[in-house]
Design a protein around this ligand. Structure first.
Ligand SMILES: *[C@@H]1O[C@H](CO)[C@@H](O)[C@H](O)[C@H]1NC(C)=O
Length: 215
């Protein structure tokens, strides 16, 4: 009797673990069918017999992104939008280029944990835990160093070096999503009322208007 209960508890635990990331697939692959009119969580599969090797292929990650922008960084993503065969597989990749003093500003991946490795240069990286602690975990990374950003937490990377930096990161979703905090809070369309943001940040409305004007 006790062992039966233990088995049930174990099954319940493993079921909830399976729901902690992208759902597990029930077949070898499910190449995204872009023409399907069926709306499912992800993309419908095309007939597996029509799958071709190109469905699992992407080329171009050797190319540096253009970092001539206000943040001085460029993210080149390789997810299900770029490789149809990633549909249902729960994984994707990004290349991030950083100009000297460039940063990948504070952002959140709502659906993925990220594991990043520095290929070139050095970075100062960090993430902040949820309420109530809001504790910052931050570290200087050099070439070859690896760092993990847990799912759903605000994180950033900053290039303190005088040379450019390059990182590759894997994410535990075919479609991790990105919420860049500054864009979402101060650059939403339409804007969040400056009354609300002034109260939220405990600053004058003029300051909020100034920040909103940057977007
Ligand atoms: C990089 O982006 C800047 C700003 O948009 C643009 O002026 C420049 O031509 C781009 N450089 C390359 C090599 O594409």
């Amino acid at each position: 009797m006790a062992s039966k209960f233990f088995l049930l508890a174990l099954m319940a635990m493993s079921a909830s673990r399976a729901l902690a990331s992208d759902p597990g697939q029930l077949q070898d692959f499910c190449v995204a069918d872009r023409t399907s009119q069926v709306f499912v969580n992800g993309f419908a599969c095309k007939d597996p017999k029509t799958a071709v090797v190109e469905d699992f292929f992407f080329s171009g990650l050797h190319m540096a992104g253009n970092t001539s922008n206000k943040q001085g960084s460029a993210v080149t993503a390789v997810n299900v939008a770029h490789i149809d065969g990633l549909n249902t597989l729960g994984i994707s990749l990004v290349r991030v280029d950083y100009a000297p003093n460039g940063q990948n500003p504070p952002h959140i991946h709502p659906r993925a944990t990220e594991i990043l490795t520095v290929l070139e240069g050095s970075l100062y990286v960090g993430f902040v835990t949820s309420n109530l602690e809001n504790k910052l975990f931050a570290k200087f990374l050099n070439k070859g160093d690896v760092f993990v950003f847990p799912q759903g937490l605000i994180h950033f990377q900053f290039n303190l070096g005088t040379n450019k930096a390059v990182a590759i990161a894997a994410l535990s979703s075919k479609n991790p999503g990105v919420i860049t905090v500054n864009n979402a809070v101060f650059g939403s369309k339409p804007s969040i009322s400056d009354d609300i943001l002034a109260k939220a940040f405990q600053v004058d409305k003029n300051i909020v208007d100034n920040i909103q004007a940057q977007f």
